[in-house]
Design a protein around this ligand. Structure first.
Ligand code: ADP
Length: 412
């Protein structure tokens, strides 16, 4: 018997055997038998033409009819079903054909079934990858919206806190005026000082929240002007003289090459960044410790290091401290304060510092052997800042033209 005839000969038992094998309910059986008839038809076409690609359409239909839960269930796959159809076909052929015809038919069907199995598995893998990519996209979108919500919340909360704060500041100022008229009321003055300190701290926190939200949304705009690092660092160190003396700290700014060079930057923002680093170094160094500001000039950059002999930072926290609210759980904080030993803060200082330095095209990182309050291994913060001889925008460049020329003459 010819191969096509043999195949036609087993059609009816083949369909009935497979439908019994794979489907239990009568109502579903009819649909399945219809698919099998279609499959049979395309296998026959493949046998006649020698081209297994005839099966692509029906196999595509099978693969794409899979449901979402099929895709999520990694165990469920069509490939073993195709393999089982191949085995059943071989059984039916042996049962309903004589041995030679069965052997001839099975040999002719073998490459077609292998093709089908391989095709189904390839399509399924592509669908799984597609499904995973879509799930990832969804997860990313959720994450992005969460991050945006958080950032929106910070901006709104900061804005909303500002109004009542301004009211408290205003009334406290009015009260102060009244008190100075009355004269003696020392007790009231003391209370007023308390309100002043509280409002000042609250304003700092609100400003930090606003800065974080500006940085998060890439809205931090820099106001470029000439900056001299030595002057900036001196102003900050002078501001801290009181606490340095009180806490008997040894504080030194080493005059390294590059420290006195003019560079264009946002003076106010750079002051804020270095003040955060210096007040942290004071805050996390016990009394009688040392803080040294050093650095070096590199091609196109200046590197400033702020080294302290404080409690140190575990290597695993070296990047976390630059993230929002990245306070470290292991550090036991004493009180809220800018420079008190281990005085806690909201954990926004370093992310803001990083945002400011990165907006300047710079970078920041920390080196520390680890966190140890007994032995105080210390921490060194490194700041890399590009030296800009010309401001980035033409308007500022025009404004500072004479100064730039002067620098060029001095530089040559
Ligand atoms: P905070 O307001 O808590 O000081 P920061 O963002 O300035 O927030 O710092 C984040 C955390 O990094 C701090 O809570 C502290 O644990 C750690 N840290 C920062 N600077 C130092 C330092 N010089 N030595 C030790 N730990 C530090």
């Amino acid at each position: 018997m010819k191969i096509i005839e043999s195949f036609e000969h087993i059609k009816t038992p083949w369909i009935s055997r497979l439908s019994k094998r794979f489907v239990s309910g009568e109502d579903l059986r009819e649909d399945f038998e219809q698919s099998l008839r279609e499959f049979f038809h395309y296998i026959k076409q493949a046998l006649e033409t020698g081209d297994s690609a005839w099966l692509d359409t029906v196999l595509d239909d099978w693969v794409h009819s899979r449901t979402q839960s099929d895709l999520e269930d990694k165990q469920s796959s069509l490939t073993p079903i195709v393999n089982q159809i191949m085995l059943e076909t071989s059984d039916v052929a042996q049962e309903f054909l004589d041995a030679d015809d069965a052997l001839a038919l099975n040999s002719a069907l073998l490459p077609i079934f292998f093709y089908s199995s391989e095709y189904v598995s390839r399509q399924e893998t592509a669908m799984h990858i597609d499904h995973i990519a879509k799930e990832l996209e969804k997860a990313n979108a959720t994450l992005e919206s969460l991050d945006k919500n958080k950032s929106d919340f910070i901006a709104i909360a900061a804005h909303e806190l500002k109004t009542p704060l301004t009211l408290i500041e205003g009334y406290a100022a009015m009260l102060r005026d009244q008190v100075s008229n009355v004269g003696e009321l020392n007790q009231v003055r003391l209370l007023l000082k308390g309100i002043d300190n509280g409002t000042l701290r609250l304003r700092e926190i609100i400003n930090d929240m606003i800065d974080v939200s500006l940085i998060d949304n890439n809205l931090l705009s820099l106001n470029f002007q000439p900056v001299w690092l030595n002057r900036l660092l001196k102003v900050i160190s002078d501001e801290h003289l009181g606490v340095i003396q009180d806490r008997q700290l040894e504080f030194e700014i080493v005059q390294f090459p590059g420290i006195s060079e003019m560079t264009f930057g946002d003076e106010e923002r750079l002051y804020q960044a270095f003040r955060n680093l210096i007040s942290n170094s004071i805050k996390y160094t016990p009394d009688y410790g040392t803080i040294t500001i050093h650095g070096r000039k590199l091609p196109g950059f200046v590197e400033v290091t702020i080294a302290d002999s404080g409690i140190g930072i575990d290597p695993e926290d070296h990047s976390r401290i630059f993230e929002k609210f990245g306070r470290i759980g292991s550090v036991s904080l004493h009180s809220s304060g800018k420079t008190k030993y281990k005085g806690g803060g909201p954990g926004l200082g370093l992310p803001i510092t990083k945002g400011i330095l990165e907006a300047h095209g710079g970078a920041i990182w920390v080196e520390s052997p680890g966190y140890d309050e007994e032995n105080c291994p210390g921490s060194t913060f490194h700041v890399l800042l590009p030296i800009r001889k010309v401001p980035p925008d033409s308007k500022t460049a025009k404004l500072f033209h004479p100064l730039i020329d002067q620098e060029e003459i001095e530089g040559t």
